[in-house]
Design a protein around this ligand. Sequence first.
Ligand code: ADP
Length: 423
Amino acid sequence: MIYLVTVALALALALSLRALWKQNRALHDLEQAARRGQPLLHDESPAAYLPAWAVLTEAVNRLITQNNSLQQQRSDQLAQLEATLGNLREAVLIVDGANYIHLANRALREIFPGARDLVNLRLELIVRSGPFLEYVRATREGTVLPREEFEIIDGDHTLWIEASGAPIPSPDGKSQWALFVIHDMTNQRKLERVRRDFGANASHELRTPLSIIKGYIETLVDGHQTMELADRDKFLRTIQRHSERLKSIIDDLLALSRLESATPGLKFAPLSLTGYYGELLEEYRNRPQAAGHTLTVNVPASIGLIEADGEKLAHVFGNLIENAFKYTPKGARIELGAAAAGDGDVECWVRDDGPGIPTADLPHIFERFYRVEKGRSRETGGTGLGLSIVKHIVQLHGGTVWAESGEGGGLTIRLRLPRRQKT
Ligand code: ADP
């Protein structure tokens, strides 16, 4: 009897354990299905081994299907938004509650070319700016903020962006996202900086000779009656030298502003480079500064004509030859050359075998007031504006200009000019 009861109890326990195991498995299967987002098929659903779970299984399957279709709708909406905003000139950014990027149109990708695809990346990886991230957070939380500008360090570059934003509900409506319209202000800010620096540099350059002139004149006014004749002479010569310097700076500044104006007044005409170089050589060989320098011309007779403003180009070559006189010692060789280049262009150069300039300075020498050796430039009457005038004239001809170091020292300034001007 006891034996029979024990067997019956063991059987009942085994059956309950089996039912429990089935329910556990059913729960696990439903959970897995929900996690994968795949509804369960009939023969793998708990209903196959637990008919009582059929209703629950069906409900879970329905939920999974609805969720999938919502997800699909959401990515369709984003894709549609992306297509709409893709060609907009304004950069548009959408981030979710955890700062993951969900939309970045083409204009935005152009602002941050370093990152290939911005979508699904965290904003912090792209925009390294605490204040901007704070702006994003506050916008998402609904604080109405005015348009604001941010400085962003991107590797070696600094970017300036102006952003305005608004909170938007996430596609599932459960959280807050944020949308931003961004303008790239980098070029504008750089231009402003160049202008500011130029203003400061120009004032400094003008003030130096002016204060010297003022000081000497004051001394002369106070003491000219008692002053030695030789001293007076020395003072007057100093005043003369610095007024000439003042005039050179003002002349160069005026030349630059004319070249930068809307009407730089260039007069293009066909010009034979061989004849033109011949005349330049004659003129500069006879200058007193040319003493001790060898000036040669290297231009093939077949070089032909180019369309250019001869007077303005004379300013270019004159400046380059005078620089070569100024910055090379006696005995230096200066070559004026030209050769046909690709695309029907012409390449012209002025080369010297003087000390040249360090490689790091090469790209900067066309900037206004940039001097490699400040003392030497001023001593020889340089304004620091010669090469920027050269660059402007070459650019107004549709050409480019650059500097190269010679192999054994020396400097070559090359200009590439189109043969014909665009009409
Ligand atoms: P600057 O009036 O001072 O000569 P430029 O704009 O003509 O101004 O030239 C800029 C600087 O480039 C000069 O100050 C000088 O340091 C350097 N430079 C120009 N030409 C030469 C050259 N042929 N050899 C060495 N350095 C040069």
